[in-house]
Design a protein around this ligand. Sequence first.
Ligand SMILES: Cc1cc2nc3c(=O)[nH]c(=O)nc-3n(C[C@H](O)[C@H](O)[C@H](O)COP(=O)(O)OP(=O)(O)OC[C@H]3O[C@@H](n4cnc5c(N)ncnc54)[C@H](O)[C@@H]3O)c2cc1C
Length: 373
Amino acid sequence: MASRKVLIVGGGIGGLCSAIALRRAGIEVDLVEIQASWRVYGVGIIQQNNVVREMQRLGVLERYLDAAWPFDSVSIHTPDGKQLAKFPGQRLAGEKFPANVGISRLALHQVLCDTAKELGAQISTGKTVVSLTQDETSVQVTLSDGTCGEYDLLIGADGIYSKMRQFIYGDRYQPRFTGQGVWRYNFPRLPLVDHLMCFVDQDFNCGLVPLAENLMYLFVTSSEPGNPHIAHHQLAQQMQQRMPNREGLIGELRAQITHNDEVVYKPLEELFVDAPWYDNRVVLIGDAVHATTPHLGQGAGMAIEDALVLAEELQHGEQVTQALERFYLRRRDRCHRIWQDSLRVGESEIHPDPQFDRQAVIRDMIAFTAQPV
Ligand SMILES: Cc1cc2nc3c(=O)[nH]c(=O)nc-3n(C[C@H](O)[C@H](O)[C@H](O)COP(=O)(O)OP(=O)(O)OC[C@H]3O[C@@H](n4cnc5c(N)ncnc54)[C@H](O)[C@@H]3O)c2cc1C
């Protein structure tokens, strides 16, 4: 491979997975993260069968599973608890490993960051790229601490508001508010929540995700016309208002949403870069090029797959530009479909459509993402 020294901008899930995959390929890696100290918010994330498979390929599966809650199936219920469907997961990493996991974002960050450092990635926090120039053979950067560097490749893994994307595309791609928000709240795990449980009807969507022996979280999606600002002192009450006040498990948990500090609210935004994800020696991965809603639980999965495919292609070819082209061609359609289907599910919540078959979309997505990357 012609590329020997890589700068990764952004230490989120995509950036850290890239650092791991590239170090395993023997490539020198510097990673800069703009936050002075890591601020990973304390809720969890669903990772499905394709992610478990990719964690194995990244060589972190055992320590990742040690930090996660394993489960196989996903069940769908009415808001008052009647089970409508149960989808078995596929154990893509092998029979002795689970199909899916729930994991706290903090625990996931710790596993990825520790592994990247152990493999020799040079990680600096409180630092970013303030300017860059590039040609067909290298990229020169000036960092926010005044130092300069020259790299064979720069990977922009700096999220939906990516500055690296701006270096390539200016303001051409901007995040769009989808009309919905997500509310999350941690609870002690209940024994029956040993797998992902979704509770849906025409006007309501929530889920319970097990994260650890003593931890699970509840998420609720809601339509938020006009993207209102929710004052901190109203968070718990507002989250409760987004949920039906009914008998049963969801109603019981609703009553326990009382601490404003524990509510994590996020307006949902999306973006897809429908143009090459690279220019000369700068390439973009993860939410920087394909940010979608969490309805299918695949955003981080796509960033992780990007990291692996990019490292693979950089190892195969001598020419970096050809490797970046192959990376883009392998990723573009797969990410587009996931991005689009996730948006469709969100749209069906904003504008309920009796013809829309949500269960079929979930079933198809499980089968689709199980296909090799
Ligand atoms: C509410 C919600 C729930 C979700 N749930 C799931 C789920 O269950 N399963 C799933 O797979 N996905 C989920 N996702 C999606 C997932 O969180 C994202 O797709 C994933 O985090 C993208 O990773 P990334 O590394 O590309 O970007 P990010 O996670 O955004 O990381 C970007 C990093 O770059 C840093 N950075 C930003 N700008 C700069 C800069 N200029 N210089 C240096 N560093 C910079 C940031 O501080 C950050 O550390 C969810 C998303 C949301 C909003």
